[in-house]
Design a protein around this ligand. Structure first.
Ligand code: ADP
Length: 185
C-alpha cells in the first residue's frame, strides 16, 4: 500500500498519517518531521533548511526529491508507506512518478484532506506544538505558498484518477473512519 496524504497546513495530515501507519503497518514518511529533526540535531541538512522553514517557504525540489529518494531506498519501505508533506509541488510529483515507474510500483491512493481556511488558521494557532513557523504570519505565508505551489498537485493526481477527497472536519476518529472507508472501497 502506497499512500499520499495531502492537504494544506493544519489539515491534520500528520495525525491521520500516524493512524494509517499503525493500522496498515506501513511506515510514515513526513518530510516536515525529517527537516525539523535535522534542525533540532543541528545536522548539515538542518543548517541548510532552518531559515527556509522559519520563513514558510519551500525547500528546493532538488533537495527534497533527493532526500525522499534516498529514504525510500531503505528496506523498511519495501512493503509500502504513507507520504506526508511530499509531493508538495508539481515537479516533485513528476519526480515521484518517475521513481515509482523505475521500480514498477504504483500509487494506491492520493488522499486530499479538505478543511475550510478559517479553521486551518485556528487549528494551527491553537495546536501549541511550539513550532517556530506556527505564528500568525508563518501560517499565512504557508497558506499562500500552499495555494500557489502545492494546490496544483491535486489536479495532477485527479488527472491520473487516484485522487480521493476526504472531509477533514469533525473529530480525529470521524476523519479516520472516512479514510478507512476509502481505503476499503
Ligand atoms: P505544514 O503542512 O503544517 O506546513 P510540514 O511539516 O508538512 O507542515 O512542513 C513544514 C515545512 O517544511 C514547510 O513549510 C516547508 O518549508 C518544508 N517542507 C516540508 N515538506 C516539503 C516539501 N515536500 N517540499 C518543500 N518543502 C517542504
Amino acid at each position: 500500500m502506497r499512500i499520499i496524504i495531502f492537504g494544506p497546513p493544519g489539515a491534520g495530515k500528520g495525525t491521520q498519517a500516524t493512524l494509517i501507519s499503525e493500522k496498515y503497518q506501513i511506515p510514515h514518511l513526513s518530510t516536515g518531521d525529517i527537516f525539523r529533526s535535522a534542525i533540532k540535531n543541528e545536522t548539515k541538512l538542518g543548517k541548510e533548511v532552518k531559515s527556509i522553514l522559519d520563513s514558510g517557504e519551500l525547500v528546493s525540489d532538488r533537495k527534497v526529491v533527493e532526500l525522499v529518494e534516498e529514504e525510500l531506498q531503505d528496506e523498511t519501505y519495501g512493503e509500502g508507506y504513507i507520504l506526508d508533506g511530499f509531493p508538495r509541488t508539481v515537479p516533485q510529483a513528476q519526480a515521484f512518478d518517475r521513481l515509482l515507474e523505475e521500480n514498477n510500483e504504483d500509487l494506491t491512493a492520493f488522499l486530499q484532506l479538505r478543511v475550510p481556511e478559517e479553521e486551518l488558521i485556528d487549528r494551527i494557532l491553537n495546536r501549541g506544538e511550539g513550532r517556530s513557523d506556527d505564528t500568525k504570519e508563518g501560517v499565512q505565508k504557508r497558506l499562500s505558498v500552499y495555494k500557489e505551489e502545492t494546490e496544483p498537485v491535486v489536479d495532477y493526481y485527479r488527472k491520473k484518477g487516484v485522487a480521493k477527497e476526504v472531509d477533514g472536519t469533525g473529530s480525529i476518529d470521524d476523519i479516520f473512519e472516512r479514510i478507512n472507508d476509502i481505503l476499503a472501497g
